[in-house]
Design a protein around this ligand. Structure first.
Ligand code: PEP
Ligand code: MN
Length: 338
């Protein structure tokens, strides 16, 4: 930890800060520069992180040297994590495509959609049984009944299921029926939910909060790992900016950064990032070119009839074409695709 002091700091203030650090069983090293005095603190940074150091007279700023997250960090785990879902490896050489409608739309429908996703060449099926909707009057999903439909969809198609869990009380039942539990953007900092999925042995697809920084995103993943579940897939899905043409702003730029900072696999969502179906393929390719290990896409045989997010949902012909270009892109990136 580095504590930068104000230019006009007094000797008494320096002494007081030094005493405070010593009282926490840490070692302060004072460096007196021509213009600035800096105190380097050696010892457990977490102890210091809890202290409101900026409140001390004479302190200008405090800079952490170590990352606040540990388990998700490459500093403690240099090798990349590979997460197995059935026989699919996420985070390895092969790029993975998860696809399906935004929502589970009924039993017959979800089976049909899963079979189409399989035929298009994707390797996991996504569909929400529990839907976080901006309006309380919008379709809210089939809930537990939808989970049963998803089990049928897996039985018929063989594709593993990705579905969202919104409530800590539903984690058990969702984990019983699904292969990957999605935490949506609105819940990235729902710490009770993060703790609950941290206690199960199922992969979690953690979406980036729409206003979350990369550090906050990684700290949320840290919550899950620190509760025992090491199988977390990070999912950038666009963030809110001043731009209002697209639903969100594509955050492909964070992919190489997150890959540097963390060993966890990254599967990105270009559908929610753009919010406009015509731009989803380009955004998906950008995510993969930036180093993502896969994509999660909203796809529907007839997007205009989709129960939710139809405006950003691609049809199956577009999905087939996109997977075919991803295949070529994978080759250029010295990767492969499932
Ligand atoms: C979804 O995947 O349909 C969804 C609601 O995602 P997000 O949480 O990223 O908005
Ligand atoms: Mn959606």
């Amino acid at each position: 930890m580095l504590i930068v002091l104000k230019p006009n700091v007094t000797q008494e203030e320096v002494d007081h800060i030094v005493d405070k650090i010593k009282s926490l069983q840490l070692q302060p090293h004072v460096s007196q520069g021509v213009q600035r005095t800096i105190i380097t603190v050696i010892g457990d940074e977490d102890v210091l992180r809890e202290q409101p150091l900026e409140a001390l007279a004479g302190v200008e700023s405090v800079k952490a040297i170590l990352k606040p997250y540990k388990l998700v960090s490459r500093e403690t785990h240099p090798d990349r994590t590979i997460i197995k879902v059935d026989n699919i490896e996420i985070g390895g050489k092969n790029i993975v495509v998860m696809a399906g409608p935004c929502s589970v739309e009924g039993e017959k429908e979800v089976v049909e959609h899963a079979l189409m996703v399989k035929k298009a060449g994707a390797s996991l099926f996504r569909a929400g049984a529990y839907k976080p909707r901006t309006s309380p009057y919008s379709f809210q999903g089939f809930g537990e009944k939808g989970l049963k439909f998803l089990v049928r969809a897996k039985k018929e198609s063989g594709l593993p299921i990705v579905t969202e869990v919104m409530d800590p009380r539903d984690v058990g039942v969702v984990a019983e029926h699904a292969d990957v539990l999605q935490i949506g953007t609105r819940n990235m900092q729902n710490y009770n939910l993060l703790k609950e999925v941290g206690k199960i042995d199922r992969p979690v697809l953690l979406k980036r909060g729409m206003s979350a920084t990369v550090n906050e995103f990684l700290m949320s993943a840290e919550y899950i790992l620190s509760n025992g579940n090491k199988k977390v897939i990070l999912c950038p899905r666009g963030i809110r900016t001043f731009e209002d043409i697209t639903r969100n702003t594509l955050d492909a730029g964070v992919v190489p950064i997150v890959k540097d900072l963390s060993h966890l696999p990254i599967v990105c969502d270009p559908s929610h990032a753009m919010g406009i179906k015509d731009y989803v393929p380009a955004a998906g390719k950008a995510f993969i070119a930036a180093g993502a290990d896969g994509l999660i896409l909203e796809a529907h045989p007839n997007p205009e009839d989709a129960h939710s997010d139809g405006q950003q949902t691609i049809d199956f012909k577009t999905l087939v074409d996109l997977i075919s270009s991803l295949r070529k892109l994978a080759l250029a990136l010295d990767r492969d695709i499932y």
